[in-house]
Design a protein around this ligand. Structure first.
Ligand SMILES: N[C@@H](CCC[C@H](N)C(=O)O)C(=O)O
Length: 290
């Protein structure tokens, strides 16, 4: 049955990783995987790499216990409708949405995610810094293959899984219309985000990414964090040993992010977040999305 309740949405992006934002404070919306895929469809829907559903933490059974630490939960979905633990660019855009909606002033705001509570700092220049939490470096050796090229890749976990491959030229990743092969498959039983990286100079790299559940995107925040940590280790830097942060500028197709790994093993990400538009879904298009 078609609902008459107006369903608001916003569109935002962080370094051109774009999202449909769906405010649902009371968590009453039954957002199925098919609904998400329709919203993210770039021709027949709003279009986006994913959906950020904005739910009061206390109203969501998965994260209710975090309500004392963060008022709002970022229910992130990939554009194919699958659920992911974390989205770095999404946290910046989510913080920008909270500010846009009058729900958070400039300064610090806590955001509940499936990978725990992330603390974001909204600056007046529109940039957002997010404490992304602790990086994990599982020891398995991974190989990534595109066409005739294969590379060893570093397994990095930023709450969600990544395989980081240093390549000679970003063009070697090809068109990335389909998921690159990775081996052994058992290392990533729930799939993986794959980053291809080249050097640009000291403390400066560039990457492309094939995201689990979304395909090639123009940026991936958790991916940029994974890349910076992999680059630091490759460059012989381990902040936990030296006591000195390792900072990298990571160029993505849609801009640049600055990533620091800190001596306590956590990672900080700074980058832009933009709210582009807002509107109401047409009831006829929306159908039984309610
Ligand atoms: N674009 C995101 C990552 C989104 C989730 C990812 N596709 C996954 O399935 O883990 C980011 O900015 O981190």
């Amino acid at each position: 049955m078609t609902s008459t309740r107006p369903l608001r949405f916003l569109k935002g992006h962080g370094t051109e990783n774009d999202f449909v934002i769906v405010p649902d404070p009371d968590g009453t919306l039954d957002l199925t995987a098919a609904d998400v895929a329709r919203l993210c469809d770039r021709r027949a829907g709003i279009g986006g790499d994913g959906v950020l559903r904005v739910v009061r933490t206390a109203a969501h059974p998965e994260v209710r216990e975090l309500a004392g630490e963060a008022e709002w939960f970022m229910d992130y979905r990939n554009s194919d409708g699958s659920i992911a633990e974390m989205c770095g660019n999404g946290t910046r855009v989510f913080a920008a949405y909270l500010h846009h909606a009058g729900l958070a002033p400039y300064g610090d705001v806590a955001i509940a995610t499936r990978a725990g509570v992330k603390r974001a700092h909204l600056a007046k220049d529109g940039s957002v810094t997010v404490a992304m939490g602790r990086v994990r470096l599982p020891s398995e050796q991974v190989t990534v293959t595109v066409g005739e090229h294969s590379w060893p890749a570093r397994n990095v976990n930023m709450g969600n899984p990544h395989a980081v491959a240093f390549v000679e030229d970003l063009a070697q990743a090809g068109e990335l219309r389909s998921e690159p092969l990775f081996q052994p498959a058992e290392v990533y039983p729930s799939g993986v985000n794959i980053e291809f990286v080249v050097d640009r100079g000291p403390g400066h790299v560039a990457m492309r990414v094939h995201e689990r559940g979304s395909g090639e995107t123009r940026s991936c925040g958790t991916g940029a964090c994974a890349v910076a940590v992999a680059a630091a280790r490759r460059d012989g830097a381990d902040p936990a040993v030296t006591g000195v942060p390792a900072t990298y500028t990571v160029d993505v197709l849609g801009g640049s992010l600055v990533i620091s790994e800190l001596p306590d093993g956590t990672v900080e990400m700074t980058g832009p977040a933009v709210i582009v538009a807002e509107g109401v879904l047409d009831p006829a298009w929306r159908g039984d999305l309610d």
